[in-house]
Ligand binder design. Structure first.
Ligand SMILES: [Zn+2]
Ligand SMILES: [Zn+2]
Length: 256
């Protein structure tokens, strides 16, 4: 299923024009200070025909592999034809983008209404080609090094995978746009716990993958260990390949 989804995403992503995102040291420094991600929803190059196509095809594939129930499937199909699709996407995107931002001098607002878990999953997959295209732009820029938060500099989402580089740095990988950025190797990205005695780490027997689990917030993050690896990290493939590690982490009482 993941390979079919990846194929749809690749096909659409190839057609998306290179987006224009304003990036300069001053802009990134300001966003860093406010913990505010760089990409506004309006700046995502959404082409409506492709967008509808990828929403419907994502639902088709998930339905075929029994990952989407009949009523949910119909709901997504209807949404794919609905004029409100962009509005729904905008709400979904902003909810993710604003979750971790800390506006200076204002009270934190209550969490905006989140889409249901099912819809969030479908929209995350359907929006990946568009967001990844935007991430490619920022990924090339040296200003990215100015970002030290644990949420994504581009879209504001949480990391859902990571990679240990040959230089033993840890780079987090965004769950929505796949941007990679450097983060302290032994600090929990979810609660910022940096007490090493309260980070549990274990690896697969071949040493290719690791789990860093936090004993403060009980969440964990998987990593691809690139120090002895023969290929670069492939987030979609590696996420699926490490499902047994998820089971092991959950069994020890951690959550993703
Ligand atoms: Zn992101
Ligand atoms: Zn934690």
């Amino acid at each position: 299923m993941h390979l079919e989804l990846l194929e749809v995403q690749r096909r659409v992503q190839g057609r998306i024009p290179v987006p224009h995102i304003e990036i300069s040291p001053a802009i990134v420094t300001r966003h860093q200070a406010e913990a505010r991600p760089l990409l506004r929803f309006e700046d995502i190059p959404l082409e409506l025909t492709d967008l509808r196509l990828v929403v419907r095809q994502t639902a088709d594939i998930m339905h075929r592999f029994d990952a989407l129930e009949e009523t949910d499937y119909q709901q997504v199909q209807d949404l794919g034809r609905d004029v409100a699709l962009v509005e729904v996407l905008g709400r979904w995107y902003r909810a993710g983008a604003e979750k971790h931002a800390a506006p200076v001098g204002t009270r934190p607002v209550a969490d905006p209404p989140a889409e249901s878990g099912m819809l969030d999953q479908v929209l995350t997959l359907a929006m990946r080609p568009f967001l990844s295209r935007c991430a490619e732009v920022l990924q090339q820029r040296t200003e990215l090094a100015l970002w030290t938060h644990s949420h994504c500099a581009l879209c504001g989402s949480e990391p859902d995978f990571s990679v240990i580089t040959p230089a033993a740095e840890r780079h987090l990988i965004c769950g929505r746009c796949a941007l990679r950025w450097k983060f302290e190797p032994l600090t929990c990205p979810y609660c910022r716990n940096s007490d090493r005695s309260r980070i549990t780490s274990f690896a697969t027997t071949d040493g290719q993958y690791r789990v860093y689990a936090c004993d403060v917030c009980r969440r964990y993050l998987k990593a691809y260990d690139g120090r002895r690896a023969s290929r670069p990290v492939m987030p979609v493939v590696d996420t699926v390949a490490t499902l047994p590690l998820d089971a092991a982490a959950i069994q020890r009482g951690y959550s993703g």
